[in-house]
Design a protein around this ligand. Structure first.
Ligand SMILES: *Cc1c(COP(=O)(O)O)cnc(C)c1O
Length: 368
């Protein structure tokens, strides 16, 4: 068989190591997974109830238009229902955007390192990829602007950026957006917006009326704790949504996901609580880094990228033996870093203790 040549060299997405696998491999009883930026507290109990209640007729196709969750999200954001597109996670919206806009004749501009799926999907479409290095872990929007030309179709801004956790503020984002040609799609991927504390973080929803070339991506996988249900969405002008919608698979989101998402959205207290606990957890992690003299990237998300000065793979392996699954920076473009998802307080404290031991052990080995 003859697959597209760009697909032949491509490897499938490598997820965080599953807990069960690690337990079996190492014979450990307790594993703490702080690798995939999932919500350590899970979803609102109301979302779980709604999910179970919605699971009674699995023989029936879901509403492909996702009308009920569409209405709830539109109301929540103050946009029209026609300004939304739902996907099996925002990952699928990223895929749909690439399918809609990218061809081998075009190019796409993104930061490096950033969320892997922009590049991955662009490769599948055979598009030229223009990567612009982060400056101190932050998107260099001015440099990204310079990469845009006649053939550019999509520019990706991951805000806050995964894996660095850093953000671009309102002033910088707006200055950038004003200069991007009106026929180039700007994607603002806001997977972690519920965790953001910075007051100058851009309000992109307000900009949609003035920028028909802007698409905002959100997800229920992170702060809403519904990663397993696979639901995320894009918000944009009606025109842009109309352009992308024909590419969407007909029944791409499930009724369990729709109903859980509606309930999760309504339980504002729960999300606020998760935001607060995350803020506290980040504070403890950053205090730890300062105490240990470790550089970290200031995070607006639910994870922290820490430079230990040691190979991320070495720290990963050592932490794994102690029962922690982290994300090595090696595969994320930060070889001497580890990315740690903020867990609950007990998990965080255990993790810091183990990380301190790991670093001390590595130093002892290096001195010998
Ligand atoms: C997790 C994540 C997503 C995708 O999450 P879904 O589960 O597919 O909704 C998108 N963008 C970034 C930056 C992420 O970290």
């Amino acid at each position: 068989m003859k697959a597209k040549k760009q697909v032949l060299g491509l490897t499938p997405y490598k997820p965080g190591k599953p807990i069960q696998e690690v337990k079996e491999e190492l014979g450990l009883d307790e594993i703490i997974k702080l690798a995939s930026n999932e919500n350590p507290f899970g979803p609102s109990p109301k979302a779980k109830e709604a999910m179970v209640a919605a699971s009674s007729s699995p023989e029936i196709y879901p509403d492909g238009y996702a009308a009920r969750v569409r209405e709830a999200v539109a109301k929540e954001l103050g946009v029209e229902k026609e300004q939304l597109i739902f996907g099996a996670g925002s990952d699928e919206v990223i895929l749909m955007l690439c399918r809609t806009f990218l061809t081998p004749e075009t190019n796409t501009v993104m930061a490096a390192p950033t969320f892997s799926q922009y590049k991955h999907n662009a490769i599948v479409e055979g598009t030229e990829i223009r990567e612009v290095p982060l400056t101190d872990g932050v998107h260099d929007l001015d440099a990204m602007l310079k990469e845009i030309d006649e053939e550019t179709r999509i520019v990706w801004v991951c805000n806050p950026n995964n894996p660095s956790g850093t953000y671009n503020n309102e002033e910088d984002f707006l200055r950038f957006l004003k200069q991007v040609p009106k026929d180039v799609l700007v994607v603002s991927d806001e997977a972690y917006i519920e965790y953001v504390t910075a007051e100058d973080y851009p309000n992109t929803i307000e900009l949609l009326d003035d920028y028909p070339n802007l698409m905002v991506l959100r997800t229920f996988s992170k702060a809403y704790g519904l990663a397993a249900l696979r639901i995320g969405f894009g918000v944009a002008s009606r025109e842009l949504i109309r352009t992308v919608d024909p590419v969407r698979p007909p029944f791409n989101t499930t009724v369990m996901a729709h109903e859980a998402a509606i309930a999760a959205l309504q339980d504002k207290d729960y999300v606020r609580e998760c935001h607060e606990k995350n803020k506290q957890g980040l504070k403890e992690f950053t205090a730890f880094c300062k105490e240990e003299g470790l550089y970290y990237y200031p995070s607006q998300a639910n994870f922290l990228l820490i430079n230990t000065g040691i190979s991320g793979d070495v720290v990963f392996d050592s932490m794994l033996k102690k029962g922690f699954i982290l994300r090595s920076g090696e595969a994320l473009g930060f070889p001497n870093c580890v990315r740690i998802t903020v867990g609950d307080q007990e998990q965080n404290r255990k993790c810091m203790k183990a990380l301190k031991e790991t670093i001390e052990e590595a130093k002892t080995v290096a001195e010998r």
